[in-house]
Design a protein around this ligand. Structure first.
Ligand code: AVI
Length: 359
């Protein structure tokens, strides 16, 4: 997983098996192979985007967030810098902050640093080493905050730890527009799972990329240096190592296009020639996957939401908007959402209504 950004990819997963086994293969490898085969033989052909994130993929994603074309990170940082104190005011003192896909570094510091005497910080991530070292950094910076790391895939979580001291509200934090890598129906499911975990009347601070001009969107996913192209092809390197597959990453071209009716960026790998692929298991060795020149493998969807579209989706998951903010250029939005019917009164006593504020 990317270490400094919650761009974990939803359920972004460092799969715990790094090498193909020579004797009995772990069930996990066989399950992943079947999933990959199903995707590749499907129509359209696809690969699960969580396999972008091995160590190299996490590094490449980190690089992406620093690219001039990839406006998302700077825009979200701008909003958080301006609005974290308002978030702190709205959620009150003694908060238990829960970060889904931890280690968003700068963003975590901004929010945690503004909260009034937070009780606990609960980072959730599958990448144990990174999670533990980030937890130590938080402990050093905030000695009064109880840090309770959870090693888990945050899309498959059932409950959250409670701090030993009594806490105020729970503030879940899911920045980076990572929710956009889920299909809308999956996003509703994930957000309702989060609501179930944090409870009624609690808060979610959610970052989402906004619908905008095609040129800006396509540029962000087709950078001049080719970092996104390397990130896209890395999925094939990762699967080769994981499954003993024989993808030739250079036999695929990177492409990212804005699908306006579906409101999403689609990342594709386009086959540069006719090719035959084995995924390492017996089945595809005997009956390999044949991909023709020009055929497309979809590797990622990155949904972009209007503010009202996101609020409609959040409502289906049991949230109401409290306030939301955009950056100066109106590229990105950060929403403070609240779960359930039980509401905490805001400073202004207007808990029933959301307000939009442009930074
Ligand atoms: C992690 N996620 C929010 C990124 C996005 O923008 O959808 C992943 C990414 N794919 C290509 N560039 C960045």
């Amino acid at each position: 997983m990317k270490s400094s950004e919650n761009g974990s990819g939803a359920g972004r997963e460092r799969v715990g098996v790094e090498e193909p086994q020579t004797r009995a293969e772990p069930t996990e490898v066989r399950m992943i192979r079947s999933e990959v085969e199903r995707g590749l033989r499907g129509q359209p052909r696809s690969l699960p985007c969580r396999f972008f994130y091995d160590a190299r993929g996490a590094q490449l994603f980190e690089q992406i967030t620093r690219l001039e074309e990839y406006y998302l990170t700077d825009a979200e940082m701008e909003i958080l810098r301006r609005r974290a104190s308002r978030v702190a005011e709205l959620v009150g003192p003694g908060v238990r902050m829960v970060e889904y896909g931890s280690g968003s570094g700068d963003k975590t510091w901004i929010v945690l640093g503004e909260l009034e005497e937070p009780t606990a910080y609960v980072p959730i991530d599958v990448a144990r080493e990174q999670l533990m070292s980030f937890s130590d950094e938080v402990r050093a910076e905030f000695p009064d905050v109880e840090v309770l790391p959870v090693v888990a895939d945050y899309t498959r979580l059932s409950s959250l730890p409670w701090p030993t001291e009594e806490a105020g509200a729970t503030l879940a934090f899911f920045p980076g527009s990572t929710v956009g890598n889920l299909e809308p129906q999956e996003a509703v499911q994930f957000l309702s799972d989060v609501a179930g975990q944090i409870g009624d009347g609690e808060f979610l601070l959610l970052g989402t990329d906004l619908v905008k001009d095609r040129t800006v969107l396509e540029r962000a996913y087709n950078d001049a240096e080719g970092v996104t192209a390397a990130f896209n092809r890395n999925i094939l390197h990762h699967l080769n190592r994981l499954l003993g597959a024989d993808f030739d990453p250079e036999a695929f071209a990177h492409r990212a296009i804005w699908n306006e009716p579906a409101s999403r960026i689609e990342m594709h790998l386009v086959s540069r020639r006719d090719q035959v692929i084995s995924l390492g298991g017996e089945r595809t060795r005997e009956n390999p996957i044949r991909i023709r020149e020009g055929e497309v493998v979809v590797t990622e969807h990155s949904y972009k939401y209007s503010v009202s579209g996101l609020h409609t989706l959040a409502a289906r998951a049991g949230y109401r908007p409290v306030e939301w903010w955009t950056d100066e250029a109106n590229l990105f939005a950060v929403h403070l959402l609240q779960t359930g019917r039980r509401t905490r009164p805001t400073q202004e006593g207007r808990a029933g209504e959301g307000r939009s504020v442009r930074s």
